[in-house]
Design a protein around this ligand. Sequence first.
Ligand code: AG3
Length: 283
Amino acid sequence: MAKFEERLHAGYGQTLNIDEVLFEYRTEHQDLIIFRNESFGRVMALDGIVQTTEADEFIYHEMLTHVPLFAHGSARSVLIIGGGDGGMLREVLKHARVEAVTQVEIDASVIDMCKRYLPNHSAGAFDDPRVELVIADGVDYVRESAKTFDVIISDCTDPVGPGEVLFTSAFYEGCKRCLNPGGVFVAQNGVAFLQLDEVVTTARRLGPLFADQCFYAAAVPTYAGGIMTFAWASDTAAPRQVDVVELERRFKVSGIRTRYYNPQVHAASFALPQYILDALAAG
Ligand code: AG3
C-alpha cells in the first residue's frame, strides 16, 4: 500500500495510507495531491504537508470562523487570506449578517482542484453572490486594498514555501490597515508543542501592532503533535472578553449548526497550557 509521509517536523511525522490518488499536480506555486484515506476520507496536501481532510476539517474551519465572528457580534465584511479549499468560506457564509466576503488566494489551481475533488469543503460557497474571489498574493492585497473588513482570517500554510510571507510583520501591518475599528484578525499558527517558536515569533510581531493580542487553541487530529494555536489580534480586548452568556445568545440567534464549535468551547479555547504561557513570557 502506498504511504503518504508528512515532512514537516524534524524527527517526527505522521504517515497516512493512500487508498487512491485522486489528483496529483505541480501547480505554479506548489505540489498538490488529493488522495483517499480510510480513516480521514479525502486528504489534500501541499508540498508534502497535510492541509485538510474530509473527516476533521470541521474543527479547524469552525474554530477560525465562528470564534472571531461570534466574538465580534456584528461583522458584515470578512477577508479570508488563503483557504483555497473553500472550507473557511463555507463556514463564514453561514453568518447571515455577513454581507461581503473577499477571499484572496495565491493559487487558482488549488481552488479549481478542490472544487472538483473536495467538493464538500466549499459546498457551493464560491457561487454565493456575497463572495469576491481575488487570485493574488495576500501580502500585496493587504498592503494595497482600499477595502476594510470587520474580521480577517489568515488560513495559511506553515511558514515554509509560499505561505512564509503570511507570517511577516509586513503582512500583519497590512492586516491592521485593512481592519475596521473593533475588528478581529485571526491566523493559523501551527501545533504549539512542535512549533513553539512560531507562537513566540508571531507574538513578537503582532504584539507591537495591536492593543490586544493573544492565542486560542484546538486539537485537530491531522495537524499531528497536539493542540494547534490560532493567533488573535484586535485594537480592543472587548471581542475576546465577551462572556459565555452573551455568546450563547448570539449563537442561538444565528441558528448556525456546528459540529465542534459551541460557546463553551469558544470561551475555553482561550485558556492556554502553562508551557505556552511560559514561552511567551520568556519571549
Ligand atoms: N492550513 C493549515 C495547515 C497547517 C498544517 N500545519 C501543521 N500541521 N502544523 C489548512 C488549510 C485548510 N483550509
